[in-house]
Design a protein around this ligand. Structure first.
Ligand code: NA7
Length: 533
């Protein structure tokens, strides 16, 4: 079979056909480049292709979580709800692909196995299931939350029940009606799916290692507000991009540390009613001052105690770390679900899941659970996991795994020293997952396309991040994170959910506007911090 694979030469190969890969394709094609996208899945959509679990929904508002590069697109697409469900986002991506005729340059079912830089030709050799390719540029659009984490529970191979992972949910309808269902994990995916699964399952057993903070999404059908925003869409987009997290948030009501009890309660109640992640924008010091943060977490904990009727269950649901440190969740009826007679919460923080048996699982104290289906809502090897799966070799055969052995290092999250002409969209060191991803994706893609265009106009064929610039950026990313509450708990931002992964805060928490300014300055100074030839 292998000898039938022909090698094709492109100007650019893009890995991944999610929001970032597809827009990158569009931009580079417009520059006249010969571009191809290699995608592992049998459909486009990235995160929204794989995460089909019941209740999967975006936690950034639909009118913000969408492309802004084409006005006719943003005018003609109608979002049904304030927060879009996965099928609506997937339908949108497919609509965009049809509108801009993107699919013809996407090779589906095509997993990239390796990418190696050839110093003699100055090209990347990319090997995938269906194609061997060479290209001047390689763009990794592999997603931040795409490589699933499936803990290796002992005895799992013996278990005869059904196993599912929220991040690899089947396309076909999964029937959980009348079944004893277990779900391991209580992150965002679990928090969204638990209320829906509880409606179907005979009994839902929730195995919780660490409770999470969640605020109501207050999702609703979109009506007049959609038209109002569309009338001034570009003004709104500009306004949102001035925000720290690149999404619209009402002005903070001052600093929580010095606010009166009355102000705190009034503001938090208001934000709780408004719904969504904007809750953390209530006061300006919540992510930098743990005393201020305490006022927000106390408020949420009180809400949990009010909502959950059984005090023992409510107690188990109370987190003991700073709110926002693990990504805040937005839910529809999560805490209320624990009042249902067919839902139970099992704390596995100390009494851990010891092993799977033929018919269920066993905790370390000997308690056993019989399960027809077990759902792993155990998250992702975030930000670096997808690249780790590809054998990437840069200059002098240096592998990315080697280079990132003590944690990922990038310049602006976009370029990596030792890996010329390789760009990474929303890589570690970029604001990505801490912002409205759509804003970050568009900014990264446009920056990369402008860079490639500039290189061609100025007679350069090769660009590489300089060591010094990379070191300075990594130090800056770490320094900014240290000044916040973010490194104070075990989160996937730090890689703490993956045994053996180096603990390093991966995204950039200096704010979207500062990051964009920095990227623009770098570009305007002839790509300062990159060496060009
Ligand atoms: P998360 O947020 O990483 O959640 C994974 C959950 O799985 C979390 O509660 C983990 O507990 C739990 N987990 C992981 N391994 C185990 C083991 N071995 N035993 C018990 N429990 C375990 O992933 P999600 O998919 O929910 O969300 C990821 C992001 O997607 C989310 O932040 C949004 O940005 C969208 P832990 O907290 O590690 O103790």
């Amino acid at each position: 079979m292998k000898d039938k694979i022909v090698k094709t030469d492109y100007d650019a190969v893009i890995v991944g056909a999610g929001f970032s890969g597809l827009y990158m394709l569009h931009k580079l094609r417009k520059l006249g480049l010969r571009v191809v996208v290699f995608e592992k899945g049998d459909g486009i959509g990235g995160t929204w292709f794989w995460n089909r679990y019941p209740g999967a929904r975006c936690d950034v508002q639909s009118l913000e979580y969408s492309y802004h590069f084409d006005d006719s697109l943003q005018q003609e697409w109608e979002w049904p709800e304030r927060y879009s469900a996965q099928p609506d986002i997937l339908a949108y991506i497919n609509y965009v692909a049809r509108k801009f005729d993107l699919q013809k340059d996407v090779v589906l079912d095509n997993e990239v196995k390796s990418a190696s830089y050839d110093q003699n030709s100055g090209k990347w050799n990319i090997s995938s299931t269906k194609e061997l390719a060479s290209a001047q540029f390689c763009v990794m659009a592999t997603g931040c939350l795409s490589s699933t984490n499936s803990p290796s529970f002992s005895g799992l191979e013996k278990y005869t029940g059904e196993t599912l992972h929220t991040g690899l949910w089947p396309k076909e309808k999964v029937n959980l009606r009348g079944k004893e269902v277990g779900i391991i994990g209580t992150g965002s995916s679990a928090i969204q799916s638990i209320p829906i699964i509880a409606q179907e399952a005979k009994h839902l057993h929730v195995f919780q290692r660490t409770p999470n903070y969640s605020v109501p999404a207050q999702n609703h059908k979109l009506e007049e507000e959609q038209n109002l925003i569309k009338q001034n869409y570009s003004t709104y987009r500009k306004k949102w991009e001035q925000e720290f997290f690149a999404f619209g948030v009402n002005e903070p009501a001052g600093e929580a540390a010095s606010a009166s009890k009355e102000t705190l309660v009034t503001e938090y109640e208001k934000r709780w009613e408004e719904g969504g992640l904007m809750f953390l924008g209530a006061f300006s010091d919540l992510i930098i001052d743990d005393n201020a943060n305490k006022t927000a977490r106390d408020f949420i904990k009180n809400k949990i105690k009010q909502i959950v009727k059984d005090p023992a269950t409510a107690k188990k649901l109370l987190p003991n770390y700073s709110v926002g440190c693990k990504r805040l969740c937005a839910d529809t009826g999560y805490y209320e679900t624990f009042n249902k007679p067919n839902v139970s919460l099992i704390d596995v923080s100390e009494n851990i899941i010891k092993e799977f048996t033929k018919t269920g699982l066993l905790l370390s104290d000997g308690t056993s659970y019989e399960l027809d289906s077990c759902i792993f809502a155990t998250g992702f090897d975030a930000m670096t996991g997808s690249l780790d799966k590809i054998q990437i070799n840069g200059k002098n055969g240096l592998s990315l795994k080697q280079k990132w052995g003590d944690g990922p290092r990038t310049y602006l999250g976009l370029g990596i020293s030792g890996f010329p002409n390789l760009f990474h969209i929303a890589g570690p060191g970029s604001p990505s997952v801490l912002t409205n991803m759509m804003a970050s994706i568009q900014q990264h893609v446009e920056w990369i396309a402008d860079c490639i265009n500039w290189m061609s106009k100025n007679g350069y064929t090769r660009i590489e991040a300089e060591d010094n610039a990379e070191n300075d950026w990594v130090n800056h990313v770490n320094e900014v994170a240290e000044g916040t509450i973010y490194p104070s708990c075990n989160s996937w931002y730090l890689g703490a959910n993956i045994p053996g992964k180096t603990r390093q805060f991966m995204p950039y928490i200096g704010g979207y506007p500062y990051y964009v300014k920095k990227c623009n300055e770098v570009a305007s100074r002839g790509y300062d911090g990159f060496s060009l030839s």
